[in-house]
Ligand binder design. Structure first.
Ligand code: FAD
Length: 209
């Protein structure tokens, strides 16, 4: 785990109200694995650090994905290149991709896409075939960046991709990594949970960001 003053080096919009911020944080970038997060603090700023999944990592930088929901996220989105945030991480155990699986579905709803690019990177490195399944309420809320060997998009209102939920759109796979709103974890959604090649049900979930 590292504590570092990380300058903002990039900022880009990936959906309506959804942004990616890139911070120079070489030690965290070199050690973070899929599903881990960083705690970000600002001075001046809120007393408590705010947790964010690492979206991508590499080239001495980490990226986080966020939308403004309160004082901390609004302050982060007001940062300009060169402004410095304090980053603590990587934190959390991350996803376990060592399970005996050949295929993985990365299923995300809305901001739940935050840990998925890193999951796709690590899954590919582990030799898994990656299906990217991402959904939102409507087309302009879909994250514009995708990964994986196959990409399936879904919208609740049918304005892009599959008309319906990401859970309904997700194909069978040995392993499912899911992150998104609580309704993705409703009993009916979970009953669609696939089995691994060894016959075990296997679904790893992430807290709603
Ligand atoms: C492990 C982990 C990973 C996460 N990863 C991500 C991520 O990758 N991307 C991401 O965007 N988020 C992520 N989150 C969530 C993120 O940390 C929070 O959204 C963030 O801390 C909010 O900070 P804030 O200061 O902007 O909001 P706060 O001001 O702390 O507000 C938090 C919530 O309370 C509500 N609220 C605030 N003030 C009021 C009020 N007066 N009345 C009613 N409601 C109010 C806000 O609308 C908001 O929903 C993650 C959380 C965890 C635990």
């Amino acid at each position: 785990m590292f504590l570092t003053d990380a300058p903002l080096v990039e900022r880009r919009q990936v959906a309506r109200d959804m942004w990616v911020l890139g911070f120079a944080a070489p030690d965290i970038a070199a050690s973070v694995k899929a599903g881990q997060f960083v705690n970000i603090g600002m001075r001046p700023g809120p007393l408590l650090r705010r947790p964010f999944s690492v979206y991508r990592a590499g080239d001495d930088r980490i990226e986080v994905l966020l939308k403004a929901v309160g004082v901390g996220t609004a302050q982060m989105l007001a940062m300009r290149e060169g402004d410095v945030a304090s980053c603590l991480g990587p934190l959390g155990r991350g996803f376990d991709l060592t399970l005996s699986a050949k295929t993985v579905s990365l299923v995300s709803g809305g901001l739940g896409v935050a840990p998925m690019p890193l999951a796709a990177r690590d899954a590919r490195a582990a030799g898994l075939q990656v299906t990217w399944v991402h959904g939102a309420r409507t087309a302009d809320e879909l994250c514009s960046e995708t990964e994986g060997d196959e990409v399936i998009l879904a919208t609740d209102d049918g304005s892009a991709g599959f008309a319906g939920t990401v859970v309904a759109a997700a194909p069978d796979a040995d392993l499912v990594l899911a992150c998104g709103p609580n309704r993705m974890r409703a009993p009916k959604a979970l009953s669609t949970s696939p089995r691994t090649s060894t016959g075990r049900r296997c679904r790893l979930t992430c807290p709603m960001p």
